[in-house]
Design a protein around this ligand. Structure first.
Ligand code: DAT
Ligand code: MG
Length: 137
């Protein structure tokens, strides 16, 4: 079985608020392996492709504006069970529902400013790393 990887992205609010170190630290302390990292200005077409499943939702234009509003930190993290474990470390989509101790539970209050993305399946992890971490050969 091949090694599992997930795509973790610190969103523009996380970068602007100075939370990059704090967020990276949580994945490091958990014990996952950082395989790639880059500061990146996400172009609109890539943001639209990344969130294509949500394109019919009313908040989609705001979501695209937000994710392209400033640099993001693109990361590939590796380890057994990393996809599901990272989602647990991140917490619920709505930070007000995210448990204390999770990244969103501790550091955010708005769904539209929830500081971090994590892939929702190993297949999507691979696909998203392919799109956002192309330098990482
Ligand atoms: P997650 O990021 O927890 O995987 P998702 O894939 O359902 O959540 O949605 C992607 C992002 O879209 C989410 O992090 C924030 C935004 N979003 C989702 N639902 C929203 C809503 N009801 N209002 C505003 N933004 C929303
Ligand atoms: Mg998602």
């Amino acid at each position: 079985k091949e090694v599992e990887q997930t795509y973790i992205m610190i969103k523009p609010d996380g970068v602007q608020r100075g939370l990059v170190g704090e967020i990276i630290s949580r994945f490091e302390k958990k014990g996952f392996l950082l395989k790639g990292l880059k500061l990146f200005q996400c172009p609109k077409d890539l943001a639209q492709e990344h969130y294509k499943d949500l394109k019919e939702r009313p908040f989609f234009p705001n979501l695209i504006d937000y994710i392209t509003s400033g640099p993001v930190v693109c990361m590939a993290w590796e380890g057994d069970g990393v996809v599901a474990s990272a989602r647990k470390l991140i917490g619920a989509t709505n930070p007000l529902q995210a448990e204390p101790g999770t990244i969103r539970g501790d550091l955010a209050v708005q769904t539209g400013r929830n500081v971090v993305h994590g892939s929702d399946s190993p297949d999507n992890g691979k696909r998203e790393i392919g799109k956002f971490c192309q330098w990482r050969i």
